[in-house]
Design a protein around this ligand. Structure first.
Ligand code: NAP
Ligand code: MG
Length: 462
């Protein structure tokens, strides 16, 4: 695989300050496919300086002109769809068709949405005798995970640029090649020098230096709750804006009036998609006691059909972690009805699509984010019981409700402590705000709500 051996700073690929590198591994066959530089505090400092220097001119660029650049970025990403999708498949392991349609297709859509929003957003409004301006927050540190490598970058960089902010991006160490292609696309699209900067490197080194840098005005982080908590504390101490998109343990609540087979099949597909490495995955299926055994049978059959079609997990550590959770589920008394902890292949970081029945709300597999292809099916007695179980974790990122009538599902969804709920299999909407209640995070991404994260408010009185 093609890789840059430098950092993209101030509009050019520049040599890294140090000599350390990160090996990029293909999780399907465990082969090293490339090396990228492991950034240091020195690289981060150079990138932040470039972003600061570029800020005044970019902030003063009319929103419609910023939107035009984002439109060109959308086109550049779309034009490289196959190349980027192939790279995502090589470094993350998701099947190529999924990489094309979702891993690249979705961010292309999101970039396009911000091209339009930049031009249409009300950056100025009259309130009585005041004019209220929405101004860019400043230099943004974007720290992203590997699970949707391009989407996580675009969901931060596109709204930040639309708002008039400049960005230093630190992508996940497992998926730096996709980030390099994103920087190439931005360059090609005419994003001015210094407006987007890329520093590859390790979280505790480059990531931490970036989050702590005094020249950063806002830290936008997506990843684990453990790291998010630290970043939030650091930002709080510096009185710096912070947006955190953390873990989830979303409930898929199937009410007795729902089309059971459809709800179960879509639910299983949702969890197995991207090998379960999706923060909003509906990893807990809640079924009424009267339909429980039927749902378990349907889910086990649906999971068994995945067999070979599922990709590997991103790395050996994640594979170990997920297999550990499966062993824990068995040890705590859950009933394994599909899959299991054994590695299904000799090579590659694969985990079998796994389904547990008889999962009770206090079990570890019902409480902690597993981030693998593992579904837990829980039983509820009545609607209040279902609400209690659904809300009974520290997380609140997403969820689903299924019912015969939409109104019944909506009434239930309103009782959920969660940021996003799909009603009877509702479609993805790139303009809908995405983000968590409770420990799933702070702030929202996507659409106008995502844009407003990168703005601060000034009012003039007349
Ligand atoms: P992570 O460590 O939180 O990684 C997220 C990003 O933060 C990466 O770019 C990471 O760099 C960086 N980072 C790590 N430590 C840092 C620090 N001290 N200061 C600043 N930045 C730091 O997550 P992970 O290790 O990739 O995955 C672990 C778990 O996080 C998963 O099992 C899953 O539960 C959760 N997760 C959630 C999401 C989500 O979308 N909400 C996405 C991915 C993972 P490195 O890549 O070098 O570590
Ligand atoms: Mg990590």
């Amino acid at each position: 695989m093609k890789a840059h051996d430098g950092m993209y700073i101030d509009g050019a690929w520049r040599p890294a300050a140090g000599t350390d590198t990160i090996e990029v591994v293909n999780p399907a066959d465990e082969q090293v496919i490339a090396r990228v530089p492991a950034g240091t505090a020195e690289d981060v400092d150079a990138a932040v300086r470039a972003a600061r220097a570029a800020l005044p001119a970019w902030a003063a660029t009319p929103p419609a002109a910023r939107g035009a650049v984002l439109g060109a970025l959308r086109d550049a990403l779309a034009g490289r769809l196959d190349e980027i999708a192939g790279t995502v498949t090589a470094e993350l392991g998701s099947p190529l068709a999924f990489s094309q349609k979702v891993q690249v297709g979705m961010p292309v859509m999101v970039a396009g949405s911000y091209a339009e929003l930049a031009a249409a957003y009300p950056f100025e409004e009259k309130v009585g005798n005041s004019t209220v301006y929405q101004e860019p927050v400043g230099v943004v540190a974007a720290i992203t995970p590997w699970n949707y490598p391009l989407h996580q970058i675009v969901a931060k960089v596109a709204p930040a640029l639309a708002a008039g902010c400049t960005v230093v991006l630190k992508p996940a160490e497992d998926t730096p090649l996709t980030a390099q292609l994103f920087a190439e696309a931005a360059h090609e699209a005419g994003v001015p020098a210094g407006v987007l900067n890329l520093v590859t490197g390790l979280g505790p080194v480059a990531g931490q230096a970036l989050a702590e840098h005094a020249g950063v005005d806002l830290v936008s982080f997506t990843g684990s709750t453990a790291v998010g908590r630290r970043i939030g504390a650091t930002a709080g101490a510096a009185v710096k804006r912070v947006a955190l998109e953390l873990g989830g343990k979303s409930a898929n609540v199937i009410l007795p009036s729902a089309d059971l087979a459809k709800a179960v099949n879509v639910g299983v597909a949702n969890v197995m998609s991207n090998s379960g490495q999706t923060c909003s995955a509906w990893t807990r299926m809640l079924v009424h006691t009267s339909q429980y055994e039927e749902a378990v049978e349907l889910a086990a059959a649906a999971a068994a059909k995945y067999g070979d079609r599922i990709g590997p997990l991103v790395n050996a550590g994640q594979q170990e972690r997920v297999r550990g959770y499966i062993e824990k589920g068995i040890a705590e008394g859950a009933r394994l009805v599909a899959g299991g902890p054994e590695a299904p292949r000799e090579r590659g970081y694969y985990v079998s699509p796994t389904v547990f029945a008889d999962v009770t709300p206090e079990m570890t597999i019902a409480q902690e984010e597993i981030f693998g292809p593992v579904l837990s099916i829980l039983r509820y007695e009545d609607e209040d019981d279902a609400v209690r179980i659904a809300n009974g974790t520290v997380y609140g990122l997403a969820g689903a409700v299924w019912a015969g009538e939409e109104a019944e599902a909506v009434a239930f969804a309103r009782r959920l402590e969660t940021g996003q709920v799909d009603i009877n299999g509702g479609r993805f909407n790139p303009l809908a705000p995405f983000g968590g209640y409770k420990q799933s995070g702070v702030g929202r991404e996507l659409g106008a709500h995502g844009l407003s994260e990168y703005l601060q408010t000034k009012s003039l009185q007349f």
